[in-house]
Design a protein around this ligand. Structure first.
Ligand SMILES: C[S@@+](CC[C@H](N)C(=O)[O-])C[C@H]1O[C@@H](n2cnc3c(N)ncnc32)[C@H](O)[C@@H]1O
Length: 254
């Protein structure tokens, strides 16, 4: 599944504003106790997750950026190098396993990635994380959506969208909105301390109008792929919306 640079740039301010500040700060505090920590950013895209993390991570942190889209990876790498960060870029299809991608990691992180994953893939991820590494998975879509003002087709269109989210996104049948909770469950089963926080996009006009329009158009498009007529929904005037996500931080049990 491919993501355009334009879409990732458009959503970045909303993603950064939505992240739970407490979990993000804790990631930074814990990494500050390690020397030159290695941070692996899976599905890094154009580097939004790394940019958010860099606000709290130590200056001597080393980065390993991973994506299967070489163009996005190139943007992420160039932007990291431009601010003087030690960075290694790895082009890899994460559906094919993790190989040595997580080797030596102090932190394995991802944003807006796990909701593409299947149960089997998330199981394989949890098994592959080094015991000493933390996991910080931000912004997994959780299926909570509220568009305002409400529209009579909200229920039908959003149900179709969620059904589409559960289709195969390259990792086998996706858990979509359930992926974040599943990740939490598996990390706990693996003996981790896990904390979660909700991290909804709270979007309104005029500041987030372009993102809202693009999002509504994408939701309508996939609903129509499932034979739901979303014409009226797509064109409805909207003042605001709230789109739910979950942030997850897993540490070793102490
Ligand atoms: C929703 S985007 C999020 C990008 C970035 N983490 C951010 O927060 O902006 C998902 C990212 O995962 C990458 N991705 C999707 N499937 C992948 C796979 N099988 N292997 C590696 N990367 C993948 C995409 O190329 C894209 O960059």
């Amino acid at each position: 599944m491919s993501f355009s640079l334009e879409w990732l740039r458009l959503r970045e301010p909303a993603d950064h504003a939505a992240r739970d500040a407490g979990l993000l700060a804790e990631v930074g505090e814990r990494l500050a106790q390690r020397s030159a920590p290695l941070i692996v950013d899976l599905g890094c895209g154009a580097g939004s997750n790394s940019r958010a993390l860099r606000s709290v991570t130590p200056a001597d942190a080393r980065w390993r950026l991973v994506d299967y889209d070489p163009a996005l990876l190139g943007v992420a790498k160039a932007e990291a190098q431009a601010v003087g960060v030690s960075v290694e870029a790895r082009t890899a299809d994460l559906s094919q396993g993790f190989g040595d991608l997580l080797a030596g990691a102090d932190l394995v992180s991802a944003a807006a990635l796990f909701d593409l994953g299947s149960a089997e893939w998330i199981d394989s991820f949890v098994a592959a994380v080094p015991e000493t590494a933390m996991v910080y998975a931000a912004l997994s879509y959780d299926g909570q959506e509220q568009w305002s003002p409400p529209h009579p087709d909200d229920a039908a269109v959003l149900a179709a969208f969620k059904a589409h989210q559960r289709r195969d996104k390259g990792f086998g049948p996706s858990l979509g909105p359930e992926a974040g909770d599943y990740l939490v469950d598996r990390l706990r089963a693996a003996g981790r301390d896990v904390r979660t926080a909700s991290s909804p996009w709270r979007l309104g006009r005029p500041e987030s109008g372009a993102l809202m329009d693009e999002l509504a158009s994408g939701i309508a498009r996939v609903a129509e792929e499932l034979d739901v007529d979303a014409t009226a929904w797509r064109n409805a005037p909207r003042a605001s919306c709230e789109i739910g996500h979950i942030d997850v931080l897993a540490t070793r049990k102490t």
